[in-house]
Design a protein around this ligand. Sequence first.
Ligand code: CO
Length: 297
Amino acid sequence: MNETEKKDWLKAGRITAQAREYGKALIKPGALMLDVVEKIEDKIHKLGAKPAFPVQVSINEIAAHYTPQEQEQSEFRQGDLAKLDVGAHVNGAIGDTALTVNLGTENKELVRASEQALQEAIKLIRAGIEICEIGKVIGSTITSLGFNPIKNLTGHGLGLYEQHAGIQIPNYNNKDNTKLKIGDIIAVEPFATNGTGYIQDGKLSGIYKLENIKTIRDNYSREILPYIIKEYKTLPFAKRWLIKKFGPVKASFALRMLKQQDIIAEYNQLPESNRGLVSQSEHTILIENKPIVTTKE
Ligand code: CO
């Protein structure tokens, strides 16, 4: 990575952290979810970056991949456990960070479990460490507090315009002896639950990602696909973003056609398989001689 790129990674991290803290304060009982995510996405633009993926506010047993739809009227409710997951990019260099907002009086320990697991992981992280060691400390921290780590969700490497690149950082000791090396950029994201510790595919999310570029015939797709390629490249995007730009008729039709032809794929929401409550904490870390947490406050 050259100096310009490094600056971009650090800037993206800083902006993502600012957007996360800004968003955290907006999550209150009675607040419209759509309003909250749009304000956070606007904030990212104002700070000089672009969203690396749609802002997500997965509630209670939904671990990830929930973003409100266009015109959705859902509100945060008293007692909700909201995972706020924010990503921003600068020239493709990404910051990815998450925290859990607890709108109830219970579940404080569950929130602490993912926070503490992340802190313990950060203490260990350095070039040369095996990634199963990171998973081990995440898993044992969470179980020592009486909860389960989610085993089929992982942290991940980050690359330019790539939200999941290369390595996976497990949330338990999966015996993977791959070592971190200088220059790696990773997002570490412990998920803790009072359920069994697995997620499954839930409802469709309205979040999509470009998969294969192919020739298309219908006019709406021919207008919208080049826009997707130029604006988002291989980063996830929201249906509501395209509706804003192209209107509901065109955008919905094109997304349906593009999905049918496997040009884009739609993510599923990820509920915990036993409907357990889920907490999450996440930071992005640049591996250098002294690793840098780019998404710190
Ligand atoms: Co992530």
